[in-house]
Design a protein around this ligand. Structure first.
Ligand SMILES: [Zn+2]
Length: 83
């Protein structure tokens, strides 16, 4: 979902994680760092925010906020759905 982001542009990617143990968060760290380096080809903007909701057995739901759907899909492909 694209949203109005004019006040948050060009800030570092925000990450919030709920419901994962420290060990599982650690496994996600490299993927989140990689996602933070992505830029939208059209606007040259990074991912705004990634929110992770842990479920069971290392699976999680993620909500990724970006300027464009294409960037959101690229970030989702990196973060994936399981630690
Ligand atoms: Zn964009």
């Amino acid at each position: 979902m694209s949203t109005t982001l004019s006040m948050t542009l060009q800030k570092p990617m925000r990450v919030s994680i709920a419901g994962l143990t420290l060990a599982l968060k650690e496994r996600l760290r490299e993927r989140l760092e990689l996602a933070a380096t992505l830029r939208c080809a059209e606007h040259d903007l990074p991912v705004v925010e990634v929110t992770i909701y842990g479920r069971e057995n290392g699976w999680f739901d993620s909500r990724i906020t970006t300027c464009c759907d294409v960037l959101e899909q690229r970030a989702a492909a990196i973060v994936k759905q399981r630690c």
